[in-house]
Design a protein around this ligand. Structure first.
Ligand SMILES: [Zn+2]
Length: 277
């Protein structure tokens, strides 16, 4: 069974047919040029905040079905970022989609702001600690803010973010996304939207919907080792539980051993993952 969907390259200018909304009669291809340009700018090019984690990796693959995707990786100085970036590149390489550009790296060091926060220290929240323990103050503010600035200088006006349903943090609410996008648009003099396509989905539903993608190449761990998930941190626990609930075989390489993988299923991407990790 084919695991990847190859997408047709998105082209700009002539030769591309777009359906546009006509106020008088639903969808029509007769929209005027200004409407067509506006629609194309907003839909055909999207910057996706991509951490190398499962949710944002799947998001960039999903958006690539209808747009040119610019993955944005933001370095904050956290301990697991080199591993994340390798995972992101491995996933993008495996997708081999002409609509997914090479990842762009932006940076905002958080250590001076975070003080003795666990994320810039030696220990990470364990599996038995509540989800609120993994809160990174202002994370989406920093990520979306940087991506929006990049968009304003690259003729892109949409930022995609892989926030899921059940996310309890104040900077992951729909209200926040809308109001922050409005403030950024005003401050940048460039219209920018924040698109959170998975905000109504749980991780298990995302896994089920996108099981055809090489999910095992993504990294959702705060203490990874040579590309392997620790299997013990809060993020690993979330991933393990989500795969279990989804009913999809978990091909993730956990240091503690695989949870529900089926012995006859082997990741076709294991070799390339090892090469990059
Ligand atoms: Zn972990």
């Amino acid at each position: 069974m084919a695991r990847l969907t190859l997408h047709t390259p998105i082209k700009f200018g002539c030769g591309v047919q777009h359906a546009s909304f006509s106020p008088g009669g639903g969808f029509s291809e007769a929209a005027d040029n200004s409407t067509r340009r506006s629609w194309r700018n907003s839909v055909d090019r999207i910057a996706v905040l991509a951490s190398g984690g499962l949710d944002s990796s799947v998001l960039l693959a999903d958006e690539a079905k209808s747009a040119v995707v610019y993955p944005i990786y933001v370095r904050c100085g956290l301990g697991w970022e080199d591993e994340e970036f390798r995972a992101l590149n491995a996933f993008v390489n495996a997708l081999s989609s002409p609509n997914v550009m090479r990842p762009t790296t932006l940076a905002v060091p958080v250590a001076p702001m975070y003080g003795d926060h666990w994320s810039v220290g030696a220990s990470v929240p364990g599996a038995d600690e509540p989800d609120t323990s993994v809160f990174l103050p202002g994370r989406n503010i920093l990520l979306i803010g940087l991506a929006a600035v990049w968009c304003s200088t690259h003729n892109v006006d949409c930022v995609g973010i892989g926030s899921l349903g059940g996310n309890p943090f104040p900077d992951a609410s729909i209200d926040f996304f809308q109001s922050f996008a409005s403030a950024l648009s005003t401050g940048l003099g460039h219209d920018v939207k924040v698109k959170a396509s998975f905000r109504d989905l749980r991780k298990s539903a995302v896994i089920k919907r996108f099981e055809h993608l090489p999910l095992e190449l993504t990294l959702s761990c705060m203490a990874p080792t040579h590309g392997r998930h620790c299997g013990q941190c809060n993020k690993c626990s979330e991933r393990l539980v989500a795969f279990e609930r989804s009913g999809v075989a978990d091909l993730t390489d956990y240091v503690t051993g695989r949870a529900n993988s089926e012995s006859h299923r082997v990741s076709p991407y294991a070799i390339s993952n090892n090469r990059t990790g």
